[in-house]
Design a protein around this ligand. Structure first.
Ligand SMILES: [Zn+2]
Length: 219
């Protein structure tokens, strides 16, 4: 199995082992058997476990890297809001969180709308053509005196109904344009924020936080 993509060079995963392995020494029971069964001599300093699921791991053996999952770099805070710190988590955990994290950027841009700031962008908006029931996504940018609608360039070329709708709009045939704004999903946002908070605790306390019961080991 290819444990690391090209975006995770050896220097990065070695740095993770060096930083976090000292805190995993009391929590390796489950992995010792797996690693020794693969013919390796176990050392906690060669083991890294995904801090989110605690199921995925990789181990640096004598000749190869063992593991049961692919690992990639997770951003802290989420990349969608400009997170610059990174920590290794298994790809599955990272991908699942991605759907929640994408929602954060919606919340951030959504928040800029009601205050009527210049050039604020309304995300994930639909222009609705009532006569046909079509819904087209559009970005709405407010300036001081106008509200501008920006349709996807590709859609404008390839979608015949949208093309027709736009030319009708240009001719003033849709005086009662409806704009629908989907509000951000607070459940997804809460999960994304909790995950970030959890990973920050991992960065600070290591596996003593991840494996502690009711945080008793870190207080
Ligand atoms: Zn995981």
């Amino acid at each position: 199995m290819n444990i690391f993509p090209k975006t995770v060079p050896e220097s990065i995963w070695r740095a993770h082992l060096a930083t976090y392995s000292h805190s995993i020494v009391h929590y390796t029971k489950k992995h010792i058997a797996l690693i020794e069964a693969a013919g390796e001599t176990f050392s906690p300093f060669n083991l890294y476990v995904c801090p989110l699921c605690t199921e995925s791991y990789f181990y640096v053996g004598r000749n190869e890297i063992l593991g049961n999952a692919e690992f990639s770099l997770d951003h802290l805070p989420p990349e969608s809001v400009g997170g610059a710190l990174k920590v290794l988590t298994c790809k599955k955990c990272n991908n699942e969180a991605g759907y929640d994290e994408a929602e954060l950027i919606r919340l951030v841009t959504f928040g800029s709308v009601p205050d009527k700031r210049r050039n604020s962008i309304l995300p994930y908006t639909y222009v609705i053509n009532k006569s046909t029931g079509d819904r087209w996504p559009v970005r709405v940018i407010k300036t001081e005196s106008t509200v501008n609608l920006f349709f996807d360039e590709k859609a404008k070329v390839h979608k015949e109904r949208l093309k027709k709708f736009l030319s009708e709009m240009h001719n003033g045939e849709h005086p009662q344009l409806q704009i629908f704004v989907g509000s951000p999903d607070l459940g997804k946002i809460s999960r994304a924020l909790l995950k970030s908070a959890y990973l920050i605790c991992f960065v600070w306390w290591g596996y003593e936080f991840v494996f502690s019961k009711n945080t008793e080991l870190i207080l």
